[in-house]
Design a protein around this ligand. Structure first.
Ligand code: FCB
Length: 440
């Protein structure tokens, strides 16, 4: 493997998945609080009420990161912790928490990367229509300004949104995520407002933060067709349009993909498609979350007339996501050729497996070690092909609340015993440490 000298290694988490303290110190309810407390939405009825209790344990968590020598940490800010009603009066206890977190990261020599929106919308805003309400753009911009002004003297790396496709479509089309709607039209409204919010927030962050570096994070899986048939090729192209290009095209080219606009027809009624040009605001980097390949065949039913195909082998994670590191190289090369990004980070990559129990202070998570090594190699191969990949954040620093799967899916490179909140590094944490050492 070959990474440039200034290549940046890190780990990533998200507020709702780790913080806990769900209603403490004035934090407002978020859509995941409401959603997870509604029976049937999350496996085993799990909620993020306590999660990894990171709100109270952030000091020892950062100390552990420092021991590992991790140079960068991507975390997210809980909007309802800092503005409980989503708009209006900030909550000083919430702001203080992020102050302390950032101060301690800097003391430990860890570069903070802050994500403004990793899915925990204030419930009070959902009650006003949430991301479907056009006013959400201004609500988000005001929140972004508040955080930029508060942390911008110390935090220089900012991400507006995490995975707008997931927010829009798992939240409002399949209903697997909060707020749990099943309405394709609503999902496109949400996607549109997310893109506008990104576009409007970037200059506001730049204004508030001297020397800010700002970007957006997209989830991009590598998309393949199940066969060479024209119908399957078209199906794959449509899925790529639905999941990847619907966001990539606006962000880099300032318009929606024309083939998908045609396909969707009156589903897009009421959306001012032209307005999306604001999403093409210049940024300093794009973050890509890569986990797997998605393969499609044509199907006569459904909104997109596609059917997922699972290649017949045993390389799958506990999420039933295919292990396909080559896809990372191919995807990075594709994005670079099609969109010429100035700088890319892998902002998430990792895997859930059934880990063995900790023995003598370490978890031997061989599957995850193999997964990560193969993907690091894929990243290195992409760089050799001219991809401007500048860093790599492993998902996740520690096991945490995996959304609809609750605590049953562990992605951490640090094991969490939820009964005692004890943290035990896994072998994969040592792998990351090795990568970092080679860098030095
Ligand atoms: C991504 C999310 C992250 C985590 C991983 C497994 O889609 O951004 O919060 O759940 O998947």
């Amino acid at each position: 493997m070959n990474f440039p000298n200034d290549f940046l290694w890190g780990t990533a988490t998200a507020s709702y998945q780790i913080e806990g303290a769900a209603l403490e110190d004035g934090r407002g309810e978020c859509i995941w609080t409401r959603f997870s407390h509604t029976p049937g939405n999350v496996l085993n009825g799990d909620t993020g009420d306590v999660a990894c209790d990171h709100y109270h344990r952030y000091e020892s968590d950062i100390a552990l990161m420092a021991d590992m020598g991790v140079p960068a940490y991507r975390f997210s800010i809980s909007w309802p912790r800092v503005i409980p009603a989503g708009t209006g009066a900030p909550n000083s206890a919430g702001l203080d928490f992020y102050d302390r977190l950032v101060d301690q990261l800097l003391e430990a020599n860890i570069r903070p990367f802050a994500t403004l929106y990793h899915w925990d919308l204030p419930q009070a805003l959902q009650d006003r229509g949430g991301w479907e309400n056009p006013d959400v753009v201004q609500w988000f911009v005001d929140y972004a300004r508040l955080m930029g002004e508060r942390l911008g003297d110390r935090v220089k790396d900012w991400m507006t949104l995490n995975e707008p496709w997931v927010v829009a479509f798992l939240g409002n089309y399949t209903g697997e995520h909060a707020p749990g709607k099943q309405d394709l039209k609503a999902a496109y409204q949400v996607a549109h407002h997310l893109l506008l919010a990104h576009g409007e927030a970037v200059p506001v962050i730049r204004q508030a933060v001297p020397d800010a570096r700002v970007g957006i994070v997209l989830n991009l899986n590598y998309v393949d067709a199940a066969s060479d048939s024209e119908a399957d090729q078209q199906a794959a192209r449509r899925h790529e349009g639905y999941a990847n290009r619907w966001f990539l095209d606006p962000v880099f080219k300032g318009h929606y993909p024309p083939d998908m606009v045609d396909w969707l027809g009156d589903t897009l009624d009421g959306i001012d498609l032209e307005a999306v040009k604001v999403a093409a605001v210049p940024t300093d980097f794009m973050g890509i979350n890569y986990y797997t390949r998605n393969m499609f065949a044509h199907d006569d039913t459904g909104d997109f007339k596609t059917r997922t195909v699972h290649p017949d082998h045993d390389r799958y994670t506990k999420m039933n996501w295919e292990i396909y590191p080559e896809g990372l190289t191919k995807l990075l090369v594709q994005v670079t050729e099609e969109y010429s990004p100035n700088k890319l980070y892998i902002t998430e990559n990792g895997a859930a497996f059934d880990d063995p129990a900790p023995i003598n202070g370490v978890v031997e998570d061989t599957d995850r070690v193999d997964y990560l090594k193969a993907h690091f190699e894929a990243g290195s191969a992409a760089i050799a092909q001219g991809v401007p990949l500048a860093g790599y954040f492993v998902w996740s620093f520690m096991d945490n609340f995996e959304w609809a799967w609750g605590y049953t899916r562990r992605f951490g490179i640090v094991h969490v015993d939820y009964a005692t909140q004890a943290r035990v590094p896994k072998r994969s944490a040592l792998l990351l440490q090795e990568m970092i050492k080679q860098q030095a």
